[in-house]
Design a protein around this ligand. Structure first.
Ligand code: DC
Length: 217
């Protein structure tokens, strides 16, 4: 069974998806982390966004493992732990452009479908309910006020030792949402049959309970 959770940046998808997966005993798949891995691999290799040959070669060699390590999701890229490295501002600023590329999307969607063919999954991203698994049994679309999303992002970055003002983060988030929702391939949008949840005034427990209640009903 697939539970799809889509929505814009920092709308509460990751934390909700992770806890829902834990509570249901499902595998949690953070597809944004996969696009971040490709972006990091390109930065590390100095690959230009227009150099599709170089990017294809990187994709061919790219192994991504999402490992559950005592309840924490650990992101392994070619057997190296990149859990923190994929969350830096440098990766964040480049990931939208990388995730708009056709070869990158084809490769990631293939990986996502392969993983989900073996296990029950809570999969979060931008296009899970619309493109990756349009037939998913449950689809959710999480939204939240942009200032609240910037505050959440600020807390995440501080934990990594990076300081950014709320104003800068609002701008970053709006730029990324605009890019993600207007791109040609698999743009961010709510599937017609997805249930929308506004998380602005919800606690994490509140978000999770709403999803679990619907799934259990
Ligand atoms: O959820 P996140 O912020 O970690 O996602 C990083 C980027 O990856 C996001 O800006 C758009 C892209 N993405 C995507 O295009 N499709 C997905 N299913 C998940 C993420």
């Amino acid at each position: 069974m697939i539970i799809a959770i889509d929505g814009p940046a920092a709308s509460g998808k990751s934390i909700s998806a992770k806890i829902v997966a834990e509570q249901l005993g499902f595998t949690y798949l953070d597809t944004g982390a996969m696009y971040r891995c490709v972006t990091l691999a390109m930065i590390n290799a100095g690959a230009d966004i227009s150099d599709s040959k170089h990017i294809n070669a990187l994709l061919d060699d790219l192994k991504i493992d999402l490992v559950n390590n005592d309840g924490q999701l650990q992101i392994m890229m070619n057997n190296t732990d990149v859990t923190d490295n994929i969350r830096t501002m440098e990766v964040t600023e480049n990931v939208s452009a990388v995730s708009a590329l056709k070869n990158v999307r084809d490769s990631m969607v293939k990986m996502q479908r392969e993983i989900a063919s073996k296990t029950n999954c809570v999969m979060e991203g931008r296009d899970i309910g619309t493109v990756v698994f349009p037939e998913a049994k449950y689809k959710f679309f999480l939204t939240s006020d942009v200032k609240e999303r910037a505050r959440r992002r600020q807390r995440d970055l501080l934990a990594l030792g990076e300081k950014k003002s709320i104003e800068d983060l609002v701008e970053d988030i709006q730029r990324r949402d605009a890019y993600d929702s207007t791109r040609e391939l698999s743009p961010l949008r709510k599937a017609e049959d997805a249930i929308e949840i506004d998380t602005t005034d919800l606690t994490i427990d509140g978000q999770v309970s709403k999803i679990i209640e619907i799934v259990n009903a």
